[in-house]
Design a protein around this ligand. Structure first.
Ligand code: ADP
Ligand code: MG
Length: 257
């Protein structure tokens, strides 16, 4: 089942924590411009895989290629600069900051690295220009997601769903090609879920690629073109929603826990 145009390729990924094998030789690919689901029972290694791809963890083995370039073990800001970002839960992030401040902080690798330059007069205008662009883009995205009226609100005061919108909005600040979302629907009411999914489909139509870890099987089945199933750190199956639900091993993995 080779893909026509893979944007992300993961080969034999391994990650251990002490004696625990969290990812055990996982291999899969993601088609450019698709919404792809990554599913599997609790503890299957989905989040660890996300973390190894985006440089949050160093993998113990395997290779990751994005857009034809090897990015194995690259630091998070380098991966983001290449156009691959994952959302981070605001809850764990900076709830004491406002929505707009969260948006301005997003591409830390890009702006943060060059901030030291602001002490050097020559670079000052460059930094100010970057910040102006960032602010403009922040307002555009907040308006698109209809949360611009919350720009001055503290992130901790947002509802669960508004926070998820902010997480997605913040990830878009780096102008990525591909977004990886870890349980984007968790704690989001059905109305806002529909809205969030609408934005994901709109962004997909504009050429973005999505890889989504999600527990809600209806969300996966109704919105993903392809689904990758992980079990015990490895990939058990991948294919269309119809294909993977017809696989008895997949059903067993879920029922067997
Ligand atoms: P999933 O996201 O599919 O639920 P995880 O990737 O979070 O699975 O976890 C896979 C396995 O790795 C689990 O057994 C989990 O307990 C373990 N694990 C994940 N992160 C760590 C960590 N930082 N330290 C130790 N064990 C971890
Ligand atoms: Mg997880």
């Amino acid at each position: 089942r080779d893909l026509e145009d893979a944007i992300l390729e993961v080969e034999n990924m391994e990650k251990r924590f002490g004696g625990i094998v969290a990812v055990d030789g996982a291999s899969f690919a993601v088609e450019r411009g698709s919404i792809t689901g990554l599913i599997g029972p609790n503890g299957a290694g989905k989040s660890t895989t996300f973390n190894c791809i985006t440089g949050v963890h160093q993998p113990d083995g395997g290779r990751v290629a994005f857009d034809g370039t090897e990015i194995t073990g690259d630091r998070p800001h380098r991966v983001a600069n290449r156009g691959l970002v994952r959302t981070f839960q605001i809850a764990r992030g900076l709830p004491e900051m406002t929505v707009l401040e969260n948006m301005m902080l997003a591409p830390k690798g890009q702006v943060g690295e060059s901030l030291w330059r602001s002490v050097v007069p020559y670079f000052r205008s460059e930094v100010l220009e970057q910040e102006r662009e960032l602010r403009e883009r922040a307002w555009e995205t907040l308006e698109l997601f209809e949360i611009d009226h919350l720009a001055e609100e503290y992130a901790k005061n947002l509802s669960g769903g508004q926070r998820k919108l902010l997480e997605l909005a913040r990830a878009l600040q780096t102008e990525p090609e591909m977004l990886m979302l870890d349980e984007p629907m968790a704690g989001v009411n059905p109305t806002l879920q529909e809205k969030l999914l609408g934005h994901i489909h709109d962004l997909c139509d504009r050429g973005y690629t999505f890889l989504i870890v999600e527990h809600d099987m209806d969300v996966i089945m109704n919105n993903c073109e392809r689904v990758i199933v992980m079990h015990q750190g490895a990939v058990l199956d991948s294919g269309t929603p119809a294909e993977i639900t017809a696989n008895e091993q997949v059903i067993e993995a879920y029922l067997g826990g």
